[in-house]
Write a protein that binds this ligand. Structure first.
Ligand code: NDP
Ligand code: 2IT
Length: 458
């Protein structure tokens, strides 16, 4: 056999093994579309490295990463104000502890299931690696629907949830934080119960209130970090955020703080949305509007439609933000909220940049279209890493028994977002173009796989 034929045969055997591995992952995880989509995105990017690098290939590092270290599922039983018994399901997915304690948020939403939490935990492992801080990946939550629930009911649910979760977490083991429908109030109830059950006061959770160990800027960090990342992307392409028109979806923690920072940097934010529809302001929202919307949203279940100061603004129950013309699109609500047709519309409207504030907001088909177009596209694991980065700084603060100040932490956040952009550039540059999906996934995989190789087989 000639040398070339031999190397071709070897190559195709390796490619076949990779395909078989992906088929096994699909087989082992039936009915988990979100998880499989997240795996496919990383697999596509790291395939060459994972196949070429003998140690990574022989040690089956990528396949190991498709199986969470541990998944805990538990019953959450609680009582409504009327004394009715409610039963929900709670989970914690401890995905990968190779580079630090498991770290990631908790989500309370009726749509939560194991596929969604496994995708979020998988993504979190790579996102956390990009921050440069020693944090592994995890995610948890419940199918509990908080809408329409009283404050006391939320408290009882959080306490019941922590009564089971507390035995699986700890400052050196697993450090949960917030995500959809888990904000400052819920973290307070959860952490209070943890503290009581363990008789400790430690950094076992982040996103804590400032009076009990929380870090300034944690609340703002995901949205602010997203805008810092967008600024780096524009800067790398000789452009700037000033005067850019911006579409934002969602009106929660990430969306409102992204809007706030963008407005402060003289961009024109024209949309926000929620599960009831989209609010459009042709001349741009002001910081005053954002303040009012924050107040409105703090009221349980309030829809954006109830936002009264609509001079110059319109609310549509049917339109998505992506139907409007703009330079920048920032999906900040939830997974799969931006579909193929939306991506087509954005491309047709000549959007310049799309950066994900939410986790996996673009469907697989939408992502493909965007990556094939001229649009600068940043995946969430890079562009929304500011939140967990600040969580990492909160963990350091707690471990050192210290308290950070707003300006210093904001500077640190900026510097972490810049360093993530640098990693994307380093690992994702082709012909002077930055492929952010390639850069983010390769940089993160490089770090996680190195650690896993060091530990040997387990
Ligand atoms: P919030 O609960 O504060 O806000 C979520 C927003 O998204 C709300 O406006 C909500 O509308 C909307 N939304 C949620 N689910 C749906 C749905 N199924 N359809 C339409 N709209 C929906 O959550 P966050 O802002 O914290 O999180 C938003 C996204 O950002 C999530 O993907 C999260 O994983 C991601 N993320 C969050 C981080 C954080 O630090 N909080 C860090 C990194 C990423 P409504 O109120 O009507 O339900
Ligand atoms: O998706 C995310 O990065 C978060 N919800 C934040 C996680 C954290 O631990 O701060």
């Amino acid at each position: 056999m000639s040398k070339t034929t031999k190397s071709k045969t070897t190559k195709s055997k390796i490619a076949q093994e990779w395909e078989d591995m992906l088929a096994r992952v699909e087989c082992r995880n039936p009915n988990q579309p979100e998880f499989l989509t997240a795996v496919r995105e990383v697999a596509d990017v790291v395939e060459t490295k994972a196949c070429k690098d003998k140690a990574i290939r022989n040690q089956r590092i990528f396949e190991r990463l498709t199986e969470p270290d541990r998944v805990v599922s538990f019953r959450v039983c609680w009582e409504t104000d009327k004394g009715e018994i409610q039963i929900n399901r709670g989970w914690r997915v401890q995905h990968c502890g190779a580079i630090g304690p498991y770290k990631g948020g908790l989500r309370f939403h009726p749509s939560v299931n194991l596929s969604i939490l496994k995708f979020l935990a998988f993504e979190q492992t790579f996102k956390n690696a990009l921050t440069g801080l020693p944090m592994g990946g995890g995610k948890g939550g419940s199918d509990f629907d908080p809408s329409g629930r009283s404050d006391r009911e939320i408290m009882r649910f959080c306490q019941a949830f922590m009564t089971e979760l507390f035995r699986h977490i700890g400052p050196q083991t697993d450090v949960p934080a917030g995500d959809i429908n888990v904000g400052s109030r819920e973290i307070g109830y959860l952490y209070g119960k943890y503290k009581q059950l363990t008789n400790t006061f430690s950094g076992a959770m982040t996103g804590k209130g400032l009076s009990y160990g929380g870090a300034p800027v944690r609340v703002e960090a995901t949205g602010y970090g997203l805008i810092y990342f967008v600024r780096e992307m524009l800067d790398a392409h000789l452009d700037a955020i000033k005067d850019k028109t911006v579409l934002i979806s969602g009106s929660g923690n990430v969306a409102l703080h992204a809007a706030e920072r963008a407005i402060q940097l003289d961009a024109k934010v024209v949309t926000l949305s929620d599960s009831t529809g989209t609010l459009y302001f042709k001349d741009g929202l002001t910081e005053g509007h954002i303040k009012q919307i924050k107040k409105l949203k703090a009221k349980d279940g309030a829809s954006l439609e109830a936002f009264k100061d609509k001079q110059g603004g319109v609310f549509s129950k049917t339109k998505k933000p992506w139907s409007y013309k703009a330079d920048i699109a920032l999906p900040c609500a939830t997974q799969n909220e931006l579909e193929e047709a939306d991506a087509k519309q954005l491309i047709k409207n000549k959007v310049k940049l799309l950066a994900e504030g939410a986790n996996m907001p673009c469907t697989e088909k939408a992502q493909k279209l965007l990556r094939e177009s001229e649009v600068l596209y940043a995946p969430g694991k890079a562009s929304n890493a500011g939140g967990v980065a600040l969580s990492g700084l909160e963990m350091s603060q707690n471990a050192a028994f210290e308290k950070g100040d707003f300006d210093t932490l904001d500077e640190q956040l900026l510097s972490i977002m810049k360093s993530i952009h640098e990693k994307c550039k380093l690992f994702g540059s082709d012909d002077n173009q930055i492929d952010y999906v390639k850069g983010a996934n390769l940089a993160a995989f490089d770090k996680v796989s190195n650690a896993m190789l060091a530990f040997g087989v387990h």
